[in-house]
Write a protein that binds this ligand. Structure first.
Ligand SMILES: C[S@@+](CC[C@H](N)C(=O)[O-])C[C@H]1O[C@@H](n2cnc3c(N)ncnc32)[C@H](O)[C@@H]1O
Length: 289
């Protein structure tokens, strides 16, 4: 534990940020490794005469920050942690870092299923760190959640995140290709959510190096046009959804219209494109008949 004056700390912080990087990544470093949250810091800034207590010394924090700046490694991987909605999740390079825009999926579900005592059965295809499924299973304590992924390493992280976030036991994890692990839930699902890999190949090749060199390719690449997995998920969804069951998909910024057409072709109704906070049609949702 290091005790340092707020003034000295702020001058060190300014020096670090002057080297590059953004405030948000620096806040993750301070919170996860330094043990000082944004709230703690804001309170201290109001009372600058006080001291600040850090879990690690400034040299240690600076070494991680330099690593982030020099190698473009996402700070979340270096710290092993990310914040998503109100969850603190473990992340390694085996899982995609859950993105802020994906947080809205949970709100879309809240709008559809308004009572938190719903007895619904939901599945999430491609759970990664478990973020969406954990948030939903916490919000709907009576639901039965099924979270799948093709990557066993990702599922181990998701399971660890679930155990660390919840005392409940209403979320189970299954390994396999999209619908394959869910055979015994055919016709039983009220809701299916997926944020599948949807980046088209040529876009993938040009991704910034902090994404392409560190995040799992299996979590990003959606085939030539980006829609390979989305097509596969939609095509089989009618076998697994209950009548009037909901499918909620996240897609790339320019894919919503195409996803809508695939849903129509597969007899979905009540189709809606939901915009993210930047006004991008980021989610396409529909009901099976
Ligand atoms: C874009 S990431 C989404 C992760 C997480 N749900 C989120 O929103 O942060 C896509 C996930 O789908 C998984 N995935 C890729 N191909 C798959 C497949 N054929 N079957 C099941 N899961 C797959 C990846 O391992 C990855 O965890």
């Amino acid at each position: 534990m290091l005790c340092i004056s707020v003034k000295e700390f702020l001058s060190w912080k300014k020096k670090q940020l002057s080297k590059g990087g953004d405030q948000q990544s620096f806040a993750v470093l301070l919170d996860c490794i330094g043990g000082v949250s944004n709230n703690d810091l804001n309170l201290k800034i109001i009372n600058p005469k006080e001291n600040l207590h850090l879990k690690k010394n400034l040299e240690f924090l600076e070494a991680i920050w330099n690593d982030h700046l020099i190698n473009s490694c996402p700070i979340q991987y270096l710290c092993g942690i990310t914040f998503w909605r109100d969850l603190k999740l473990k992340v390694t390079n085996k899982v995609l870092i859950p993105r802020p825009e994906t947080e809205l999926i949970v709100d879309i579900v809240f709008n559809i299923f308004r009572s938190k005592s719903e007895n619904l059965i939901f599945a999430e295809l491609g759970t990664g760190s478990g973020a969406i499924s954990i948030a939903l299973s916490l919000a709907y304590p009576l639901c039965e959640g099924l979270a799948t992924d093709i990557d066993q390493d990702a599922l181990e992280i998701a399971t660890e995140n679930y155990v660390n976030s919840s005392k409940q036991s209403n979320l189970k994890f299954y390994c396999g290709n999209w619908w394959t692990p869910l055979e015994r839930f055919k016709g039983k699902l009220d809701l299916v959510i997926s944020n599948p890999p949807y980046i088209p190949r040529d876009t993938y090749e040009k991704l910034p190096k902090e994404v392409k060199n560190f995040e799992p390719k299996v979590a990003l690449l959606g085939g030539e046009d980006g829609l390979r997995h989305i097509r596969q998920i939609i095509k089989q969804a009618p076998l697994f959804l209950k009548e009037k069951g909901w499918l909620i998909l996240e897609n790339h910024f320019d894919q919503s219209e195409k996803v809508k057409q695939i849903l129509i072709k597969n007899k979905f109704t009540s189709i809606e494109i939901v915009k993210d906070l930047s006004g991008i049609g980021r989610f396409t949702i529909g009901r099976y008949k």
